[in-house]
Design a protein around this ligand. Sequence first.
Ligand SMILES: Cc1cc2nc3c(=O)[nH]c(=O)nc-3n(C[C@H](O)[C@H](O)[C@H](O)COP(=O)(O)OP(=O)(O)OC[C@H]3O[C@@H](n4cnc5c(N)ncnc54)[C@H](O)[C@@H]3O)c2cc1C
Length: 391
Amino acid sequence: MKKIVIVGGGIAGMGIANTLADKLKGKAEITVVNKEDFYFAGPSRPLILTGEQNYHRIIRGYENVGSKGIKLVVGNVYKVDPDNRKVYVSESTFGNKDSVLDYDYLVLTPGIVFDGSKITGYEKYWWKNTTVYDPGRVNVLKERLWSQNEGTVIVYAPKAPYRCAPAPTETTLLSHTILTHRGVRQKFNIIHIDANDKTQPPFIMDIVKQTYDKAGIQLVTNQEITEIGEDYVVTSSGEKYKYTILAMLEPNRAPKFIDEAGLGKGYVDIRSPQDLRHPKYDDVLSAGDAAKLPFPKNQEIAFESAMFAANKILEMEGVSEKVPVQYAFVGWAYMGNLEGKLETLSLQFQMDLTTQPPKPTKDPQLKRDYTLQKDRWEQAYLEKLFGYKAI
Ligand SMILES: Cc1cc2nc3c(=O)[nH]c(=O)nc-3n(C[C@H](O)[C@H](O)[C@H](O)COP(=O)(O)OP(=O)(O)OC[C@H]3O[C@@H](n4cnc5c(N)ncnc54)[C@H](O)[C@@H]3O)c2cc1C
C-alpha cells in the first residue's frame, strides 16, 4: 500500500483525495491532514454580510468521505521534511496528539495565509481590520456594517495574485448595498484602494468602474497600504485615508513550513501547471492556491490543478487511466444591489487558459440569476467533495 499524505482538506486536497480513493482503491492509503475538523467554503462567504448566505450551507464535515476509506488527521502541519519523507502535525481538539506521518507521496494543498507583517502598525491595530476572507472576521465586518451610522469604509486589495480576484470589489459593493438598505449610505464614504493598476480580474474593471460611479464609490488604484493606525491608513504615495470600517486583505502567501522546508518562496515551486511535482522531489506535489501557478487563485483552478496532480500520481503508479481536465473557468462577481435590496446581482465571466494569450469573456449585464447560479455551482462542489448536500 502506498502512503499518500495530503496536507489541507479543501478544494484541491479533497479533489485529489476523492479521485485517488476511487482510482487507486485497495492500492493506496490516503490520509488528509486538515487544521480543523470541518471545511468552510470560500466563494459565497461575502453574502454572509447581507444575510443572503448562512454558515450551515457552506460548512462541511469530513465524516462522509471516511466511508470511502479516506483517513482524516485533524491538526496543524507545522513542518515537513522532504528528504526523510516526514510530516509533523500538532495536537488538535479532535484528540490527535502531536504526530509524525510518513509518506510515499506528499501533496501540499494548504491554501494560503494572510500576512500583514510588512504593514506598519499591523501588529498593534490588527483588530481594527476585518475582511470577508475568514469565518470570524466576516462576522465582525457584518456587525460593523450593520451597526455603525456614519464614517468611511475602506476596502483594500493587495498586489495580485491573491485568493479570489473579485472579492475586494464584492466587499465594496456589498458594503454599499447594506448601508443603502439601512438608509445611512449618504453618511458614509466608501473607498476601494487597490495595489494593482486595475481592480481584479482586470477584464471586468470597466463594469466595476461604471457600477462604482453609479454608487458613488471612490476607486484608488496603484497604491499599496503601507501603514495602519487606529483610524487611518497610509498608502505608498504617502496619502492618508481615515476609516471607521476597514476591510483590508493582507498580502497572501503559502504557510511558512513550505519556505522552511526549502519548497518555495511565497508559494510551492512546481514544474509546470500540468506537472505539479516539486522541481527537486518526484514524490512532493502541490495544487490549489498554495502552488506557484501562473493563474488566478480560485476554486476552479484549485480543482483543475488537483486533477493534474492526481493524474501525475496515477501515471507514476502505472495507472493508464486519467481524469479529463483542462485549465478554464467560469466565475461570478457579486456586484451588490445599488438600490439597497438584499438581493445581490452578479457579473458572469469566463477565462479560457488553454489558449495563448488566455481568452477572457464576460456578460456585461448584471443578473440576479448569476448569483443563484454561483450558489448552485458552489453547492455542487461541496456535495461532490464532501459527500452530502446541505439541508
Ligand atoms: C471570501 C472568498 C471568496 C471567494 N470567491 C471565489 C469565487 O467566487 N470563485 C472561485 O472560484 N473561488 C473563490 N474563492 C477562492 C477559493 O475558495 C479558493 O481558491 C479555493 O478554496 C482554493 O482551494 P485550496 O484547496 O487551495 O485551499 P482551501 O480550499 O482553502 O483549503 C485549504 C485547507 O487546508 C487547511 N490547512 C491550511 N493550512 C494547514 C496546515 N498547516 N495544516 C493542516 N491543514 C491546513 C485549511 O484549513 C483548509 O481546509 C473565494 C475564497 C474566499 C475566501
